[in-house]
Ligand binder design. Structure first.
Ligand SMILES: NC(=O)c1ccc[n+]([C@@H]2O[C@H](COP(=O)([O-])OP(=O)(O)OC[C@H]3O[C@@H](n4cnc5c(N)ncnc54)[C@H](O)[C@@H]3O)[C@@H](O)[C@H]2O)c1
Ligand SMILES: [Zn+2]
Ligand SMILES: [Zn+2]
Length: 361
């Protein structure tokens, strides 16, 4: 029997979200119903509400979640009812050209549930990042469930389901940050601070946090930044160069995703350095640069989707590091909120009051 539960829907561009009745079908072949225990509010949810991702309204928002598998459909063998899982948006197919080349983190054909969740009147919902988890129960593909140690706090480890994994992976997987490297991170929200945490784990010795908000810079220090720069009061390019012997950082991560921050990242890296764009730009944004500056500096300009992670490889070891006290995921949970407080959480995010508001059920 399909179940009726409560979930957070964005019905139209720029309009406040609302809590609605969501119809969750029984799991079909390869599908799983998960009882959601926690779901973080990511900036990408706000991008969806603003129409910045696509126009496929109404959206069922939320995608940074942990929960318990409730029921499984035919043919599901990798998870079973009762398993504690983090939801992921990279259930790799194993057969596309990226997977066949042995680079499944680029998978071009990731799995989502085949059946839609709907509103009571039958209107099909678009699920944020193929998940939709600001909802008491959600329907996903079994590959979107990564089983991890059940003793971990759902509110903390659920953040690995998107922003924290995206940030750590942007540094470690995409940026290739290694021991002794200098790193600058522009934008110290949940994603940028996770890039700082990842750089620290990887052995970077200079980690420069850049933001326009002093509170954010203070939190970034707590997570592992060795230096901070307020881009409102200092030119971040000059400041990063000064803190790196006049040269620029080995890896600069743009966790804002605007032309001006990307340009700062471009000019704040050392010769042969790497720029990683992990913040999500909107379709109207443009960049103009002298081509010679690109050629002359060498190095790599990369973008990072989900930190180039493989959930099955990365979530379990990051949960272990968390449990060992080596990765402070609790520091990312600024507050826990109820399902009907997501709109307020967007406002707080907009004002810079939180790293992550996390809905707990
Ligand atoms: N690539 C991915 O896979 C992926 C995954 C999750 C989120 N994201 C994206 O990453 C970005 C950050 O997400 P978040 O959840 O951390 O958002 P957030 O709103 O919590 O953080 C953004 C931070 O950037 C700072 N900022 C804004 N303008 C700035 C500027 N000009 N210079 C310096 N700092 C500035 C803000 O003060 C804030 O601290 C968003 O665009 C989000 O959509 C990408
Ligand atoms: Zn694939
Ligand atoms: Zn996200």
């Amino acid at each position: 029997m399909p179940q009726q539960v409560r979930g957070v829907v964005a019905r139209a561009k720029g309009q406040p979200v609302s809590v609605e009745t969501i119809v969750v079908p029984d799991p079909g072949p390869g599908e799983v119903v998960v009882r959601v225990q926690s779901c973080g509010v990511c900036h990408t949810d706000l991008h969806y509400r603003e129409g910045g991702i696509n126009d496929e309204f109404p959206f069922l928002l939320g995608h940074e979640a942990a929960g318990i598998v409730e029921t499984v459909g035919d043919g599901v063998t990798d998870v079973a009812p009762g398993d504690f899982v983090i939801l992921n948006w990279r259930a790799v197919c194993g057969t596309c050209r990226a997977c066949l080349k042995g680079k499944p983190w680029y998978c071009f054909n990731t799995h989502n549930a085949a059946q839609p969740m709907t509103l009571e009147d039958g209107t099909k919902l678009s699920n944020a990042l193929g998940i939709g988890a600001f909802v008491e129960k959600t329907l996903v593909h079994s590959g979107q469930c990564t089983k991890v140690d059940p003793t971990a706090s759902p509110a903390a480890v659920g953040l690995l389901g998107c922003g924290v994994m995206a940030g750590i992976g942007a540094a470690v997987n995409t940026g290739g940050v290694g021991r002794g490297d200098s790193v600058a991170v522009i934008g110290c929200g949940g994603v940028g601070d996770a890039a700082i945490a990842g750089s620290r784990l990887a052995g970077a010795t200079t980690i420069i946090a850049v933001d326009v908000d002093d509170r954010k810079l203070q939190w970034a220090k707590g997570i592992g930044a060795t230096h901070t720069v307020n881009a409102k009061s200092a030119d971040p390019v000059a400041a990063i160069q000064e803190l790196t012997g006049g040269f620029g950082a080995d890896v600069v991560i743009d966790a804002v995703g605007r032309p001006e921050t990307w340009k700062q990242a471009f000019y704040a890296r050392d010769l042969a350095g790497t720029v990683v764009l992990v913040g999500v730009p909107t379709p109207d944004m443009r960049i103009e640069l002298p081509l010679i500056d690109f050629f002359g500096r060498g190095g790599a300009l990369k973008s990072s989707w989900y930190g180039d992670c493989l959930p099955s490889r990365d979530f379990p070891y990051l949960v272990d590091l968390y449990r060992q006290g080596r990765l402070d995921l609790d520091a990312f949970v600024s507050e826990t909120i109820a399902l009907d407080q997501v709109e307020e959480a967007f406002t707080k995010m907009h004002h810079g009051d939180v790293l992550r508001s996390v809905v707990v059920f």
